[in-house]
Design a protein around this ligand. Structure first.
Ligand code: GRF
Length: 285
Protein backbone atom coordinates (compact mmCIF):
# COMPACT_ATOMS: atom_id res chain seq x y z
CA UNK A 1 0.00 0.00 0.00
CA UNK A 2 2.72 2.49 1.03
CA UNK A 3 4.82 1.31 -1.89
CA UNK A 4 1.92 1.99 -4.25
CA UNK A 5 1.42 5.48 -2.84
CA UNK A 6 5.13 6.22 -3.20
CA UNK A 7 4.99 5.17 -6.84
CA UNK A 8 1.76 7.01 -7.57
CA UNK A 9 2.89 10.26 -6.01
CA UNK A 10 6.51 9.88 -7.10
CA UNK A 11 7.93 10.47 -3.64
CA UNK A 12 10.49 8.76 -1.42
CA UNK A 13 9.76 7.21 1.99
CA UNK A 14 10.63 10.36 3.95
CA UNK A 15 8.39 12.54 1.80
CA UNK A 16 5.59 10.02 2.04
CA UNK A 17 5.82 10.11 5.85
CA UNK A 18 5.79 13.90 5.80
CA UNK A 19 2.78 13.89 3.48
CA UNK A 20 0.93 11.49 5.80
CA UNK A 21 1.82 13.70 8.79
CA UNK A 22 0.51 16.74 6.90
CA UNK A 23 -2.78 14.96 6.19
CA UNK A 24 -3.05 13.84 9.82
CA UNK A 25 -2.11 17.13 11.51
CA UNK A 26 -3.96 19.31 8.97
CA UNK A 27 -7.03 17.07 9.18
CA UNK A 28 -7.23 17.00 12.96
CA UNK A 29 -6.61 20.75 13.33
CA UNK A 30 -9.29 21.37 10.75
CA UNK A 31 -11.73 19.09 12.61
CA UNK A 32 -11.02 20.92 15.87
CA UNK A 33 -11.43 24.33 14.23
CA UNK A 34 -14.78 23.19 12.80
CA UNK A 35 -16.03 22.20 16.27
CA UNK A 36 -14.82 25.47 17.82
CA UNK A 37 -16.56 27.53 15.15
CA UNK A 38 -19.81 25.61 15.64
CA UNK A 39 -19.61 26.12 19.40
CA UNK A 40 -19.89 29.83 18.69
CA UNK A 41 -23.28 29.26 17.02
CA UNK A 42 -24.66 27.45 20.11
CA UNK A 43 -26.50 25.05 17.82
CA UNK A 44 -27.78 21.74 19.25
CA UNK A 45 -25.87 18.72 18.07
CA UNK A 46 -28.55 17.57 15.65
CA UNK A 47 -28.49 16.71 11.96
CA UNK A 48 -28.02 20.38 10.98
CA UNK A 49 -25.02 20.63 13.25
CA UNK A 50 -23.44 17.68 11.43
CA UNK A 51 -24.27 19.05 7.98
CA UNK A 52 -22.72 22.39 8.90
CA UNK A 53 -19.73 20.60 10.36
CA UNK A 54 -19.09 18.69 7.14
CA UNK A 55 -19.42 21.88 5.05
CA UNK A 56 -17.07 23.79 7.36
CA UNK A 57 -14.46 21.05 7.43
CA UNK A 58 -14.57 20.72 3.64
CA UNK A 59 -13.98 24.46 3.26
CA UNK A 60 -11.29 24.70 5.93
CA UNK A 61 -9.37 21.54 5.04
CA UNK A 62 -7.37 22.92 2.08
CA UNK A 63 -6.29 25.92 4.14
CA UNK A 64 -5.10 23.73 7.03
CA UNK A 65 -3.20 21.16 5.00
CA UNK A 66 -1.54 23.84 2.87
CA UNK A 67 -0.44 25.72 5.99
CA UNK A 68 0.90 22.57 7.67
CA UNK A 69 2.61 21.49 4.44
CA UNK A 70 4.88 24.57 4.51
CA UNK A 71 6.94 23.74 7.65
CA UNK A 72 6.94 20.06 6.63
CA UNK A 73 8.37 20.98 3.21
CA UNK A 74 5.44 19.50 1.25
CA UNK A 75 3.86 22.66 -0.15
CA UNK A 76 4.53 21.86 -3.82
CA UNK A 77 2.97 18.42 -3.46
CA UNK A 78 -0.15 19.69 -1.71
CA UNK A 79 -0.61 22.61 -4.08
CA UNK A 80 -0.69 20.18 -7.00
CA UNK A 81 -2.84 17.74 -5.07
CA UNK A 82 -5.43 20.37 -4.24
CA UNK A 83 -5.53 21.70 -7.81
CA UNK A 84 -6.32 18.15 -8.92
CA UNK A 85 -8.98 17.62 -6.25
CA UNK A 86 -10.50 21.01 -7.07
CA UNK A 87 -10.59 20.14 -10.76
CA UNK A 88 -12.43 16.91 -9.97
CA UNK A 89 -14.88 18.63 -7.62
CA UNK A 90 -15.70 21.19 -10.29
CA UNK A 91 -16.54 18.23 -12.51
CA UNK A 92 -13.79 19.02 -14.98
CA UNK A 93 -15.18 16.99 -17.83
CA UNK A 94 -11.91 17.20 -19.69
CA UNK A 95 -9.59 14.79 -17.95
CA UNK A 96 -6.08 16.20 -17.57
CA UNK A 97 -3.68 15.12 -20.28
CA UNK A 98 -0.72 13.40 -18.76
CA UNK A 99 2.60 14.39 -20.29
CA UNK A 100 5.96 12.67 -19.86
CA UNK A 101 9.21 14.57 -20.32
CA UNK A 102 12.20 12.52 -21.44
CA UNK A 103 15.51 14.12 -20.53
CA UNK A 104 19.11 13.03 -20.11
CA UNK A 105 20.72 16.19 -18.82
CA UNK A 106 20.44 19.38 -16.84
CA UNK A 107 16.74 19.72 -17.57
CA UNK A 108 16.39 23.47 -18.04
CA UNK A 109 13.78 22.87 -20.75
CA UNK A 110 12.02 20.34 -18.53
CA UNK A 111 11.86 22.95 -15.76
CA UNK A 112 10.35 25.55 -18.13
CA UNK A 113 7.72 23.07 -19.32
CA UNK A 114 6.87 22.14 -15.72
CA UNK A 115 6.58 25.81 -14.76
CA UNK A 116 4.42 26.61 -17.77
CA UNK A 117 1.85 23.93 -16.96
CA UNK A 118 1.89 24.31 -13.17
CA UNK A 119 -1.43 26.07 -13.00
CA UNK A 120 -3.00 24.51 -16.09
CA UNK A 121 -5.47 22.05 -14.64
CA UNK A 122 -5.98 20.24 -17.95
CA UNK A 123 -2.33 19.29 -18.35
CA UNK A 124 -0.34 17.29 -15.88
CA UNK A 125 3.39 16.73 -16.15
CA UNK A 126 3.07 13.23 -14.84
CA UNK A 127 6.46 11.60 -15.36
CA UNK A 128 10.11 12.37 -15.97
CA UNK A 129 11.91 9.65 -17.89
CA UNK A 130 15.68 9.70 -17.65
CA UNK A 131 18.47 7.40 -18.78
CA UNK A 132 21.15 8.96 -16.60
CA UNK A 133 20.98 8.50 -12.82
CA UNK A 134 23.26 11.54 -12.39
CA UNK A 135 21.24 13.93 -14.55
CA UNK A 136 20.24 17.29 -13.11
CA UNK A 137 16.67 16.76 -14.29
CA UNK A 138 16.21 14.20 -11.50
CA UNK A 139 16.71 16.88 -8.85
CA UNK A 140 14.13 19.01 -10.68
CA UNK A 141 11.65 16.12 -10.65
CA UNK A 142 12.22 15.56 -6.94
CA UNK A 143 11.80 19.22 -6.18
CA UNK A 144 8.58 19.38 -8.16
CA UNK A 145 7.26 16.07 -6.73
CA UNK A 146 7.03 14.54 -10.18
CA UNK A 147 7.54 10.75 -10.45
CA UNK A 148 10.73 9.64 -12.19
CA UNK A 149 11.47 6.62 -14.24
CA UNK A 150 15.13 5.78 -14.68
CA UNK A 151 15.48 3.59 -17.70
CA UNK A 152 18.01 1.04 -18.79
CA UNK A 153 19.16 0.73 -22.40
CA UNK A 154 18.45 -2.96 -23.04
CA UNK A 155 14.88 -2.82 -21.83
CA UNK A 156 14.28 0.51 -23.59
CA UNK A 157 15.63 -0.54 -26.96
CA UNK A 158 14.94 -4.25 -27.12
CA UNK A 159 12.52 -5.00 -24.31
CA UNK A 160 9.04 -3.66 -23.70
CA UNK A 161 10.41 -0.07 -23.95
CA UNK A 162 8.76 0.70 -20.60
CA UNK A 163 5.36 0.91 -22.27
CA UNK A 164 3.76 -0.63 -19.21
CA UNK A 165 5.08 2.19 -16.99
CA UNK A 166 3.95 4.85 -19.47
CA UNK A 167 0.53 3.23 -19.43
CA UNK A 168 0.45 3.11 -15.62
CA UNK A 169 1.08 6.85 -15.53
CA UNK A 170 -1.60 7.34 -18.21
CA UNK A 171 0.81 9.19 -20.47
CA UNK A 172 -0.80 10.58 -23.59
CA UNK A 173 1.96 12.88 -24.86
CA UNK A 174 5.76 12.83 -24.73
CA UNK A 175 8.12 15.82 -24.91
CA UNK A 176 11.79 15.07 -25.41
CA UNK A 177 13.96 17.72 -23.81
CA UNK A 178 17.61 16.88 -24.23
CA UNK A 179 17.03 13.13 -24.38
CA UNK A 180 19.96 11.40 -26.01
CA UNK A 181 18.66 7.93 -26.87
CA UNK A 182 16.72 7.11 -30.00
CA UNK A 183 13.05 6.45 -29.34
CA UNK A 184 12.20 2.83 -30.11
CA UNK A 185 9.49 1.94 -32.63
CA UNK A 186 7.32 0.42 -29.89
CA UNK A 187 6.89 3.87 -28.34
CA UNK A 188 6.58 5.68 -31.67
CA UNK A 189 3.79 3.33 -32.74
CA UNK A 190 1.99 3.74 -29.44
CA UNK A 191 2.17 7.55 -29.60
CA UNK A 192 1.70 8.51 -33.26
CA UNK A 193 2.16 12.28 -33.66
CA UNK A 194 2.29 12.59 -29.91
CA UNK A 195 6.04 12.74 -29.38
CA UNK A 196 7.95 15.96 -29.97
CA UNK A 197 11.57 16.97 -29.69
CA UNK A 198 13.51 20.19 -29.56
CA UNK A 199 16.78 20.45 -31.43
CA UNK A 200 19.23 23.33 -30.95
CA UNK A 201 19.82 24.01 -34.66
CA UNK A 202 17.90 24.57 -37.85
CA UNK A 203 17.20 21.04 -39.06
CA UNK A 204 17.85 19.30 -41.40
CA UNK A 205 21.27 20.88 -40.96
CA UNK A 206 23.29 19.80 -37.96
CA UNK A 207 21.07 16.89 -36.95
CA UNK A 208 21.53 13.15 -36.60
CA UNK A 209 23.45 10.84 -34.33
CA UNK A 210 26.21 12.53 -32.33
CA UNK A 211 24.83 15.99 -33.12
CA UNK A 212 23.91 17.28 -29.70
CA UNK A 213 24.80 20.04 -27.27
CA UNK A 214 28.03 21.90 -27.88
CA UNK A 215 29.05 19.62 -30.77
CA UNK A 216 26.33 21.31 -32.80
CA UNK A 217 27.29 24.85 -31.82
CA UNK A 218 30.97 24.12 -32.46
CA UNK A 219 30.20 22.75 -35.93
CA UNK A 220 28.08 25.81 -36.73
CA UNK A 221 30.88 28.17 -35.70
CA UNK A 222 33.55 26.10 -37.52
CA UNK A 223 31.46 26.21 -40.70
CA UNK A 224 31.09 29.99 -40.37
CA UNK A 225 27.30 29.80 -40.48
CA UNK A 226 25.63 33.17 -40.13
CA UNK A 227 22.49 31.83 -38.52
CA UNK A 228 21.37 29.07 -36.23
CA UNK A 229 18.21 28.50 -34.21
CA UNK A 230 15.88 25.91 -32.84
CA UNK A 231 13.67 23.27 -34.40
CA UNK A 232 10.68 21.72 -32.69
CA UNK A 233 9.62 18.60 -34.55
CA UNK A 234 7.67 15.38 -34.33
CA UNK A 235 9.71 12.33 -33.53
CA UNK A 236 9.97 9.42 -35.90
CA UNK A 237 12.27 6.41 -36.10
CA UNK A 238 15.29 8.47 -37.20
CA UNK A 239 17.32 10.94 -35.17
CA UNK A 240 16.16 14.57 -35.60
CA UNK A 241 14.04 13.70 -38.59
CA UNK A 242 10.25 13.98 -38.08
CA UNK A 243 8.09 16.77 -39.51
CA UNK A 244 8.97 20.26 -38.38
CA UNK A 245 6.47 22.05 -36.16
CA UNK A 246 8.35 25.28 -35.55
CA UNK A 247 11.71 26.83 -36.41
CA UNK A 248 13.07 30.05 -34.97
CA UNK A 249 16.39 31.40 -36.11
CA UNK A 250 18.97 33.68 -34.55
CA UNK A 251 22.11 35.30 -35.96
CA UNK A 252 25.54 33.80 -35.38
CA UNK A 253 27.96 36.68 -34.95
CA UNK A 254 31.51 36.66 -36.28
CA UNK A 255 33.05 36.43 -32.83
CA UNK A 256 30.42 34.02 -31.49
CA UNK A 257 31.66 31.46 -28.97
CA UNK A 258 30.14 28.05 -28.33
CA UNK A 259 29.01 29.30 -24.91
CA UNK A 260 27.37 32.49 -26.18
CA UNK A 261 25.58 30.59 -28.95
CA UNK A 262 24.41 27.90 -26.53
CA UNK A 263 23.04 30.62 -24.27
CA UNK A 264 21.16 32.31 -27.11
CA UNK A 265 19.68 29.00 -28.21
CA UNK A 266 18.58 28.11 -24.69
CA UNK A 267 16.74 31.42 -24.41
CA UNK A 268 14.86 30.64 -27.63
CA UNK A 269 14.09 27.11 -26.45
CA UNK A 270 12.70 28.25 -23.13
CA UNK A 271 10.63 30.90 -24.87
CA UNK A 272 9.06 28.63 -27.48
CA UNK A 273 9.04 24.98 -26.40
CA UNK A 274 6.43 25.07 -23.58
CA UNK A 275 4.06 27.28 -25.59
CA UNK A 276 4.39 25.04 -28.66
CA UNK A 277 3.62 21.96 -26.56
CA UNK A 278 0.60 23.78 -25.16
CA UNK A 279 -0.69 24.48 -28.67
CA UNK A 280 -0.28 20.83 -29.65
CA UNK A 281 -2.01 19.62 -26.48
CA UNK A 282 -4.91 21.99 -27.15
CA UNK A 283 -5.52 20.09 -30.37
CA UNK A 284 -5.56 16.77 -28.53
CA UNK A 285 -8.31 17.78 -26.11
C1 GRF B 1 18.68 21.58 -25.47
O1 GRF B 1 19.54 22.46 -26.09
C2 GRF B 1 17.84 20.83 -26.46
O2 GRF B 1 17.66 21.52 -27.64
C3 GRF B 1 18.68 19.62 -26.76
O3 GRF B 1 19.29 19.31 -25.54
C4 GRF B 1 19.44 20.47 -24.76
C5 GRF B 1 18.88 20.17 -23.40
O4 GRF B 1 19.14 21.18 -22.49
N1 GRF B 1 17.88 18.59 -27.35
P1 GRF B 1 18.44 21.16 -21.06
O5 GRF B 1 18.83 19.83 -20.39
O6 GRF B 1 16.99 21.26 -21.24
O7 GRF B 1 19.03 22.33 -20.35
Amino acid sequence: MLQKLKQRWGVNTLNLLLIICTFAIGGSLCGKAGVKLLELTELDKNVWWWILYVVLVTLLWPFFVLTISIPLGQFVFFKKYLIKVWGRMCGNQIAALNVAIFSSGAGSNAQKIINYFKNVSTVNIALIVCNNPKAGVLAIAKNESIPCLIIEKKQFENGDSYLQQLKEHKISFIALAGFLWKIPMAIINTYPHKIVNIHPALLPKYGGKGMYGNYIHQAIIDNKETESGITIHYVDEWYDHGNTILQISCPVKQNESVESLAKKIHVLEHQHYPATIATLLEKLK
